[in-house]
Design a binder for this molecule. Structure first.
Ligand code: F6P
Length: 551
């Protein structure tokens, strides 16, 4: 493995792609007319996912050049280095082994002389045992009552994965157990989520990889005070032990906080926060959906890991999708990427992907410290269809920016409603099929005229088409399929990061704001000297706060 990243712009493939891009004029109507097998040629299977890339900018030429780019930038070597536990997170000097979190029992990945898969299964077994106890009512609060509500306290990777998956897997939840998620340091979040809860039947799970995150520790303290203030008689000595568990890599800090290490689940520095939902970070999810469904969730991730590790390059879906994103970003001028699930259950999926993709690849230097040589990190965003259709799709169809989009849908509904002989899921899927078709094939001026449209408004009603979309379908949104989708995007992100030469596993860019927030605390609290030392804009904003905050 090369120590230095390979500059993608120095490769032969980059030159080819640049040449292709100069005269690239996508024309889906012609492409499909001239090649009746196009849909077939560019549709792939990965686990349970059917992935149709025929309405993307893949052509024989772009695909060959992109695969060559992957070879020249040694994507597969770096993938293998990651999977075998090499320290590819260079700036933090860490292995990157979220894939070990779902490796089968009995397999072996050695880091620093230890088989990490054994450790993973040891924690999983403890987590499953704990989840089963909470679900069955065997785990009781300090007053002897079974748990009815779990409050997950965490932020970023210690929140987004569990909450997204909890929302996505609603049909798999145990009826008498609710999970709430507190993440924001805005006191509103804890205030709203604690409202109406019975402290006797509430369990808090404090999730923080570092156990130093201000938001999480502050909310955990608020929760502890709320518990002790509201339990009958203050709950006594055992209150925290019975109502608080923790998930962290820093078990010493968990103990300092007052949580019994017996009630803590560990994970490891080689699990990045945004890649951690398969670890004990998913404890609230494991309680909510149960150990068997959580095991299926992990198995889904594993199926995609195996596909990424073993499928030939020309059929390797994460590889192809990652390379396409590079082409869109670096050769076609795209700066954002929409993810549009046709599933209301996936309403937090885009938010989850925002951390995964943007915290991973929003970088300006490469893993050897040199500046990047290309654009990196698109803005990922999205909302479930059909809601998005009535909001921002206008810009996708007729705006001036190129915005590649991934459409995701499932063949089977959870609620098979039928009204007046009309299957509602078919109406829904009709929109899914229609949107990618409209974006690809558009509507010409002649077609608009043929509908009898007044000539003056013909231009406004033309759809140029040739907007690239990927369509991802699966039979059901099951725990396994959700796992496959998550792992798919993890690997897409990885591929892009390797081509760009960035360390997709550090996140130094979040540090400065955190540091400054701490430094500003005295000025905000009224220290005049500290206030005077601020820049004029910050000083004026804090002064506004002081004038308007009620005493
Ligand atoms: O601020 C960014 C970040 O470090 C994320 O990468 C991480 O997921 C989140 O904060 C929470 O960190 P922790 O789990 O250590 O509390």
């Amino acid at each position: 493995m090369p120590v230095s990243p390979i500059d993608p712009t120095s490769t032969r493939a980059w030159t080819t792609l640049t040449e292709i891009a100069q005269s690239f004029s996508p024309d889906f109507r012609t492409w499909f007319a001239e090649d009746p097998h196009r849909a077939e040629t560019f549709s792939f299977v990965a686990g349970d996912l059917h992935v149709d890339l025929s309405k993307t900018f893949l052509t024989e030429d772009t695909m060959a050049a992109l695969l060559e780019l992957a070879r020249e930038t040694r994507v597969e070597e770096r993938r293998d280095a990651m999977l075998s536990g090499e320290r590819i997170n260079v700036t933090e000097d860490r292995a990157v082994l979220h894939t070990a979190l779902r490796a089968p029992r009995g397999s072996e990945i050695v880091v620093d002389g230890e088989n990490v898969v054994e450790n993973v299964h040891e924690v999983l077994d403890r987590m499953y045992e704990f989840a089963a106890k909470v679900r069955s009512g065997e785990w009781v609060g300090v007053t002897g009552k079974p748990i009815e509500t779990i409050v997950n306290i965490g932020i970023g990777g210690s929140d987004l994965g569990p909450v997204m998956a909890y929302e996505a897997l609603k049909p798999y939840l145990q009826e008498d157990l609710e999970v709430r998620f507190v993440s924001n340091i805005d006191p509103t979040d804890a205030g709203e989520k604690l409202a109406g809860l019975n402290p006797e039947t509430t369990l808090f799970i404090v999730v923080s990889k570092t156990f130093t995150t201000l938001e999480t520790l502050t909310n955990a303290k608020v929760a502890r005070a709320w518990l002790l203030d509201n339990l009958p008689g203050g709950g006594g000595e055992d209150a925290v032990a019975k109502h608080f568990v923790a998930v962290s890599t820093a078990l010493d800090k968990v103990a300092d906080f007052g949580i019994d290490p017996d009630n803590a689940f560990g994970f490891w520095s080689w699990v990045g926060g945004r890649y951690s939902v398969c670890s004990a970070v998913g404890t609230s999810l494991a309680i909510a959906i149960g150990p068997d469904n959580f095991a299926d969730f992990l198995a889904g991730h594993r199926a995609m890991d195996e596909h990424f590790a073993t499928a030939p390059a020309h059929e390797n879906v994460p590889l192809l999708m990652g390379l396409l994103n590079v082409f869109y970003t670096n050769h076609m001028g795209a700066t954002s990427h929409a993810v549009l699930p046709y599933s209301q259950y996936l309403h937090r999926f885009a938010a989850y992907l925002q951390q995964l993709t943007m915290e991973s690849n929003g970088k300006s230097v490469r893993w050897d410290g040199s500046p990047v040589t290309t654009g990196t990190g698109e803005v990922f965003w999205g909302e479930p269809g059909t809601n998005g259709q009535h909001a921002f799709y206008q810009l996708l169809h007729q705006g001036t920016q190129l915005i590649p989009a991934d459409f995701i849908a499932f063949a089977n509904p959870t609620y098979p409603f039928e009204t007046e002989g009309q299957d509602q899921h078919e109406l829904f899927l009709g929109n899914f099929f229609a949107q990618t078709k409209a974006l690809a094939f558009g509507k010409t001026a002649d077609e608009v005229r043929a509908e009898g449209t007044d000539e003056a408004i013909v231009p406004a009603r033309v759809f140029t088409g040739n907007k690239p979309t990927s369509s991802i379908m699966a039979p059901y949104l099951s725990p396994s399929v959700l796992g496959q989708l998550i792992a798919l995007y993890e690997h897409v992100t990885f591929v892009q990061g390797v081509v760009w030469g960035v360390d997709s596993f550090d996140q130094w860019g979040v540090e400065l704001g955190k540091q400054m927030a701490n430094e500003l605390a005295p000025a905000i609290a009224g220290d005049d000297e500290s206030l005077a030392g601020q820049d004029p804009s910050t000083r004026a904003l804090i002064a506004y706060y002081h004038r308007h905050r009620d005493a």
